[in-house]
Ligand binder design. Sequence first.
Ligand code: ADP
Length: 543
Amino acid sequence: MQGRMMFQPLLISSFIEHAAQYHSDTAVISKNTDLSMTHTTWSKVANNAKRFAKALNSLGLQAHHRIATIAWNNHRHLEAWYAISGNQMICHTINPRLFPEQLIFIINDAQDRVILFDKTFLPLIVAVKAHIPLVEHFICLSDYDTDVIEALPEAQFYDVLVTKQNSEFNWPIFDETTASSLCYTSGTTGNPKGALYSHRSTALHSMAIALPDSMGLSAKDVMMPVVPMFHVNAWGTPYAAAMVGSTLVLPGPGLDGTSLVNLIDQYQVSIALGVPTIWQGLLTAAKNMGSQLSSMKRNVVGGSACPASMIHTFKDVYNCDTIHAWGMTETSPLGTAAQLKTKHLGLSQEEQTYVRLSQGRPPFGVSLRLCDQEQGTNTIPSDGKQTGNLQIKGHWIIDSYFGKDQSALTIDGWFDTGDIATVDMDGYLRISDRAKDLIKSGGEWISSVELENIALDFTNDISMAAVIAAKHPKWDERPILIAVKHAESQLTEAEILEYYAKKVAKWQIPDEVIFVQSIPLNGTGKILKKELREQFEHILLEE
Ligand code: ADP
């Protein structure tokens, strides 16, 4: 017997319709590419989304066509997102920090028909244009601009296209499993591969991230996604913001600490999201500027492990609760978020921090398991002690990559994350490493992440730390630490190694500390260990 309730497909257009109807005057504040500010509202965003959807139709684009964006977090980008997916087309967000060859690869792989771009990225477009023959329209996210026309005569302009249309438009209704957006993995583990999200997966994921034990989003929040819209859809926040009707502050190109602190203070941001490197910059700036970040209640840290010192500083100095979260492109991204349970409330501050430092536990909708080998099916108990290969399953987890016929799953239907972790009985996840970053010394595994955290927690002098495997004649591999210290720091290798001796077994202490000026990062701010290995892996053999 069937239930007798209404059925409505879960469509992205319904998020923006909801925001336009019930949060019409709630602000969307945007820093533009020219650094000017735009104050708009959810109802105006929704109107422009309809007008741009009509503009896409007038350009001859059809359902399922891929429309790429190379843009900052700003209001035009937001409107275009809703226009594209709402109109049954596929929004392909591209990371502008990719190398030109990678950019060409993914534009061609996705068969993008249109590229929407911010003026900042005009040189990039001009450089790759000859290699992306399928692209029919280049649309600059601005008003008419002669500089753009000079460099790219065929360019069209978002504002011009939108102005030509009115907002009388009914969003099409279609199957909720239809594709809505496309993100490529950041390629730290090989060639980028596309994760193709659906309207349904996006809707369920957005509801899950808004839950109190995830990010706890509400219409009382002023939310600032610093994480770019091209990094797994800004972790889903622009969707969830429309669902709950929160105020949005979109930081545009200004991702440096000072610009972010200014936005937080000026617009009273209550929750912001970003990768650890963003937060490092923000904390330094807040200290230098004497800001109390007094409006900030929560900050979400994900993408790489959050150092303990960061959780402490946010809590002790700024009275802000850090939510550590884990996920990946293939998981939409939210897999887990670290929030306490009732049983933790009586614990000491230090014990609570220990819980918060985990990558967190899954919301309803995803499950985790550990297996004894990569892509394996032999499970290991989730007892909080035994480490295994982390696998995940759920409503917003990938099934197969865009354009690939074969399944991305194990034979019994789980997605292997490539992460090595423990999971406890409550589902709290602790990532110990990525499978390929583990160091195997004399047959014993050493976690690079654990050693990096020790270095980062030791002193504020170290701003970035990476531990990699260096080849060793006797032990096969040994850990070495590569660190960036502040210009005026007097810190020595001996001091760091002495500290390690107090924290880990002797055989886990890095063999060498190398101070460098900078560490290479990928497009989403993650350390490129592959490059570090290429540069330093022979260093112990040479000595
Ligand atoms: P890529 O897989 O190409 O690096 P993603 O952005 O999808 O791009 O990265 C996902 C990976 O990032 C995870 O598998 C995990 O290794 C790492 N990661 C994400 N969040 C965290 C976190 N909170 N702590 C530790 N590692 C994390």
